[in-house]
Design a protein. Structure first.
Lengths: 200, 437
């Protein structure tokens, strides 16, 4: 599986889109969730679910609903691995925002994935402090050993996506990398095969 | 204790005393080490008295700007009928800096206690700790520490049994350097894009949710309990006799081409030369230091001579042409292509520009383009003047200082290491600077 390109911008909720057939152009269906045989989107925050309770708890911390936007998007990404247009629309409805507004926020923050990524999302820090310690060689080693063709692409087996990231805030442990939610410090090109062998 | 190294005998460990001590991260462990005494005392005091002690201690913001903390707190008007907020800036994303990360990993309760005292002192019942999204372990540590605190009644509606309300929540960022800027951070908490806001109004008048807000760095707040426990005079023991403006201890993160990278805590006014060669072990075998950036990548680059003459406090670094900033010491040795690293720094800022101000959006991008052209061996003799001119247009003209921060290392780099740039332009050497995802 190669990573699909970010889907065409669209701000309609899935129900609306399904009702108006003309939006289901083949070009459109080739990307993202719509590509999987128009399976209906399963909401993350169904009434009574643990995720909904978590969101309600988050809402109680802030004087506005909008403030729960970043945490809500994190929950969606945690559940689905990425934040789809439908996910944005669901969050928008719950927080009384427009999908366009939510998309504006999602696109500002680099950690929300706007398209599916490999099972192991590998971020290698290459900002100056790590760069002087040889971070670029670590990137090359990851690209080579994961069989990812280039930065941002997912390996053919769907296991890995490798990107360069700006400063992970662990400069004294160059080169730090992040694999999904986990940090690995002091990575050198030689350690890369061993690190990868420990991943499923 | 020490992490990742044992503390050097010349270090003064106040904040970093328990780095590497896993037990200190638990509530019981923290109480055994004298934790939450300061909070108990504080909640029995008048808020104004706490502000005065902090003012008297001379504690200044450790996030970069160095504004006196007590003075900042005194801007919050008590009894104005509005909800007040405290925001803790844990968006540590300045390249070179990783001190707040260690404070949160090893001593989350030190931060929580500082936040609670700060909240009470400024009349806030709610404090948000804004932690950058990449800091998964610090987030987990602080959240589990908060859970313990709520369960034990340290926080909540009846904090420490005093009837006062102190609520502290973690707000996770999602990958944006600019959210370390105070007004961008507030926008981000509100669920907006992290664009900095025009000041005035200043946060103390209209901050998060348009209410009076104070924002402090992790290291600043973590120092507050120590000051309350031991008094302002105790904190002021660490300063140069001829410079009472910088007091206390400071954590420095050291990284780059140096023997022993890591976090070091030294008193204000410590000689930078001793710090680099004695504490941090000096350059790598067979190498020499070439350039030092002492306060995170946004501050002017120092030559080795300037660095060796510096005294480590706010004024000491200014006297040697740079700034203390956030205390992220980046060391570059003679094996590096300095121009390539300056180009990489510019690329960082171009990537992180929020793009709302033209000078920054265009300036960071063009600066990167020209620098990378020079690194690729295709620079022209006019390029350096063009860079300086762009830099001038990027300085002091935008809503926040990200634009200035991009211009600073470039301008100081050209000024102090012009030969490196000219050699590249002359020789047309080819170096590769890869793109950023």
């Amino acid at each position: 599986m190669t990573a699909p390109k970010p889907s065409t911008p669209e701000y309609f909720r899935s129900e609306i889109r399904r009702e108006s057939g003309d939006l289901h152009s083949p070009a459109h269906a080739a990307h993202g969730e719509a590509g999987h045989g128009h399976e209906p989107y399963t909401p993350v925050f169904t009434a009574g679910s643990a995720r909904r309770k978590e969101l309600d708890d988050i809402l109680s911390r802030y004087p506005t609903k909008m403030a729960a936007l970043l945490p809500a998007l994190w929950i969606v990404q945690h559940e689905r691995g990425w934040v789809s247009e439908d996910g944005m629309a669901e969050v928008a409805e719950l927080l009384e925002l427009t999908p366009a507004y939510v998309k504006g926020v999602v696109t500002f923050y680099t950690m929300y994935h706007q398209h599916p990524v490999g099972r192991h999302f590998i971020q290698v820090c290459t900002t100056s402090p790590c760069n002087v310690c040889g971070a670029e060689d670590v990137v090359d080693a990851f690209l080579k050993h994961t069989n990812c063709q280039e930065l941002g692409l997912t390996s053919p087996d769907g296991k890995y996506t490798v990107i360069e990231v700006e400063c992970l805030g662990a400069c004294g442990f160059a080169t730090p990398i992040m694999i999904n939610e986990d940090f690995v410090e002091s990575v050198t090109p030689e350690k890369v095969p061993e690190i990868l062998s420990e991943l499923e | 204790m020490g992490y990742p190294h044992k503390p050097h005998e010349r270090e003064t460990t106040v904040l970093s005393k328990y780095f590497g001590d896993r037990e200190a991260a638990t509530l019981d462990g923290w109480k055994k080490r004298g934790g939450y005494k300061a909070l108990q005392t504080a909640l029995g005091m008048a808020p104004g008295d706490i502000v005065n002690i902090v003012k008297d201690s001379g504690l200044r913001g450790r996030g970069g700007a160095g504004f006196p903390t007590g003075v900042k707190w005194s801007f919050m008007k008590p009894g104005d009928g509005k909800p007040h907020y405290l925001c803790c800036n844990a968006d540590e994303s300045e390249p070179g800096t990783f001190k707040d990360r260690e404070i949160m990993r090893w001593t989350p309760h030190a931060l929580i206690e500082g936040c609670a005292i700060g909240s009470y002192a400024i009349g806030a019942e709610t404090c948000y700790i804004y932690i950058r999204g990449e800091f998964t372990e610090p987030i987990a540590r602080v959240e589990s520490a908060l859970k313990e605190c709520y369960a034990a009644g340290v926080l909540g509606k009846n904090a420490m049994g005093t009837g006062k309300t102190v609520n502290i929540y973690v707000h996770r960022g999602a990958g944006a350097y600019i959210c370390g800027e105070e007004t961008a951070l507030m926008n981000s908490i509100e669920g907006r894009r992290g664009n900095p806001r025009i000041k005035p109004p200043f946060p103390a008048v209209s901050g998060v949710f348009a209410e009076p807000t104070t924002i402090n760095n992790v290291e600043t707040l973590a120092a507050v309990p120590h000051i309350l426990n031991n008094g302002a005079a105790w904190y002021k023991q660490w300063m140069r006799p001829d410079n009472p403006k910088s007091t206390g201890t400071k954590l420095y993160s050291v990284c780059g081409n140096i023997q022993k990278p890591g976090n070091y805590e030294v008193p204000m006014g410590f000689p930078f030369k001793d710090f680099l060669y004695d504490l941090c072990g000096g350059p790598l075998p067979g190498r020499k230091f070439r350039a030092i950036i002492p306060g995170g990548i946004s501050v002017p680059i120092q030559t080795v001579d300037e660095a060796e003459a510096s005294l480590m406090d706010y004024e000491g670094f200014v006297a040697q042409g740079t700034m203390l900033g956030s205390g992220g010491v980046i060391v570059i040795d003679d094996a590096q292509n300095l121009v390539k690293q300056i180009a990489r720094a510019a690329r960082f800022f171009a990537h992180e520009s929020c793009a709302q101000c033209t000078q920054c959006r265009e300036g960071t991008a063009w600066t990167t383009k020209i620098l990378e052209r020079i690194v690729a061996g295709e620079g022209t003799s006019e390029d350096l003047d063009t860079l300086l001119e762009i830099g001038e247009n990027m300085t002091g003209k935008t809503i926040c200082v990200l634009s200035d921060s991009c211009a600073t290392p470039v301008a100081s780099g050209i000024k102090k290491f012009r030969g490196d740039f000219e050699a590249l332009i002359k020789k047309k050497k080819h170096y590769l600077v890869p793109a950023v995802a």
